[in-house]
Design a protein around this ligand. Sequence first.
Ligand SMILES: *Cc1c(COP(=O)(O)O)cnc(C)c1O
Length: 387
Amino acid sequence: MNNKNFETEAIRTQTERSLFLEHSTPLYLTSSFVFEDAEDMRASFSEEKQRNIYSRFTNPNTSEFVEKICKMEGAIAGHAFATGMSAVFSTFAALLNTGDHIVSARSVFGSTHTLFTKFFPKWNIQTSYFNVNDLDAIEDLIQPNTKILYAESPTNPAVDILDLERLGQIAKQHNIILVIDNCFATPYLQNPIDFGADLVIHSATKLIDGQGRVLGGVTVGQADLIREIYLFSRNTGPALSPFNAWVLSKSLETLAVRVDKHCENALNVAEFLEAHPKISMVKYPFLSSHPQYDIAKKQMKLGGNVVAFEIKGGIVAGRQFLDNIQLCSLSANLGDTRTIVTHPASTTHAKLTKEERLEVGVTDGLVRISVGLETIEDVINDLRQAL
Ligand SMILES: *Cc1c(COP(=O)(O)O)cnc(C)c1O
């Protein structure tokens, strides 16, 4: 945070106002913008003039959304995308050449993992993986052609914590770009740039929207890197729609109060589960039983809204628990006002072998709960009857 305080920036950053001087930023649903004359058009295209030309490049609503995220993350520049995955893909695609190498945490979002294993090898871009609890292994994986060090913290779905400061030091020492997917923490709970990240990615679909309505993504960080990412996006077209940008920009105004409440509710759920006899393990960053509790406390303001837990009885017990759920939703999303429960071993991670699942922390009875904003007694009562 550079100038004003977090909530003030989230609410008061307003880059656009039309002739009507409206208080709330209007929606600029337009695909293109007009020029005064031939000279204005020439100067705009040559980028002597910074202005909107066409909404695949920039749009007032997407620019306002990006400006807010930059302020909240302490970043100089950024670019918005249609989805979190288009932000992830465009960031790699813009910065990597054929023959380059990535070092990544083994436990990353499923589609990101698929990019590494299925698509990037087509362009001879290979990835080496380290386990999230073994950062010592990273330096041995770094090669002369390693260009990006990549991680998420907290991780999905096992809610492990990676020491961002340590990652920042390793990246700096080896002169590689550190990219952090900060989706689970949001800019409110954690600012990876403070710990040495060069770029920060968000799926805005999750807590940033926070109401399960729109898809969006954003990458922020160093200006020279963002410039490359912008040019890639401008020419390949994964632009965030103005409407979604307008929704997301509004959502940021309430991010702090929403996330505070999400975290309070999640801690309540984690404490309830920890005391329950049918539960063998609970992982929540701000429970003192979390293996990386000290690191979580160092780099996060609060513990986030996702709790992972293990039910005694493996896959059968995990699935039975889901079938018993009445109030909470069984859904693939997270970071919604509605509490969402998933069973990774039989769904998102079902295609992996049991060994591969264990490597990313997905045991058979693991349940992931994205705690919402309902009255927390009602959520806990649902979990209790389902257990
Ligand atoms: C959801 C998610 C993504 C992908 O975002 P989409 O908006 O669904 O494309 C990337 N990283 C993490 C950690 C996520 O949770």
